[in-house]
Design a protein around this ligand. Sequence first.
Ligand code: 1CP
Length: 352
Amino acid sequence: MNFEPLKNTRIIDTALGKEVDKIPVWIMRQAGRYLPEFRELRSRFDFFTMCQTPQLAMEVTLMPIKRFDLDAAIIFSDILVIPQALGMDVELVSGRGMVFPQPLKSPMDIDKLLYPVDVKEKLNYVFEAITLTRHNLKGEVPLLGFSGAPWTLMCFMVEGETSSTKSKAKAWLYKYPEESKKLLDLLTDVIIDYLVGQIEAGAQMIQVFETLAEYLNKSLFDVYCYNYIKKISKCVRTKLKEKNIPEVPMVIFAKGAHYALKELSEAGYEVVSIDWTINPEEARKLMNSNITVQGNLDPCALYASSDTLREITKNMVQNFGKTRYIANLGHGIYPDMNPDNVKIFIDTVHSF
Ligand code: 1CP
């Protein structure tokens, strides 16, 4: 595909445990609603139309790169494109968030999913967006791909709508353990093909979002989360080898899974991303030392005054230590945050 050579390799090098000149930094949800230029474009197009139109997805991906000294771009898309590829309707409804008009109401609904699915065909628009974006990045920074992890996707597919307890999805784990595993297995297989497709299309690093791990405990995590995220890292690498495509570093973000940090550091990912509720030093102690850690500024620290934000960011970097560390927020940035503070955060990280 003849992409230009990568000029900024900080984030890749750090993921692989190599020394770098400056601490790399990117921001979860950096390509979204807090940017006026995004809101302008979004006022003219439906959200999923934007995801499905490679030219628009590319433009949004580049927006934060044009503004800030970021060390990575992340492809503009959403984790819910997988349920869509499986035949489910998903709508972004103003004031309600993501809505599935027909969620999975009982395990019998699993058979209604369009599975097996030809990921190459159904999600080709994401692959095209990745290739187009790689060309337009001209090697400035690496391009990250991503996917939701099985439990998080299952949660959305069963809940159908924002819920504070996730009790419908959790009820499945207690009432229908075997059927839940069937669904998680199916999602795992789709995710593996989806990630391999993204890497084939030009993604240079991959993040797996298990955002809803915080609703599990260790025993549920062991059965309904861990095996699947391990299978993803293992099978993605095996499939890449079979296709003679070089491996890329992989990041796992299992939000709230402090009860399983050691296991996460042994799940076959180069990087473990941690949320803001755990102290970096503590987290490192719990994990294998050969892992790179990403995180973990409380997103709300971006509401602080410039001086306070600089102070908090400095403390965070010191707490992580400068090696095997990728700076980020502990979760995605919120729509009402000030882009000027994003700049302060990034520049403070780079000033070390
Ligand atoms: O205009 C709008 O309102 C759209 C807002 C928006 C955006 C910009 C949504 C709706 N998704 C996205 C993009 C997106 N989603 C990215 C793009 C790249 C980037 O990071 O800049 C990524 C990585 C995601 C991932 C994602 N989507 C996650 C996992 C990460 C996380 O933050 O926890 C989740 C849970 C979603 C679902 C989702 N997408 C959008 C909404 C409102 C939601 C949450 C729904 C809910 O919690 O009820």
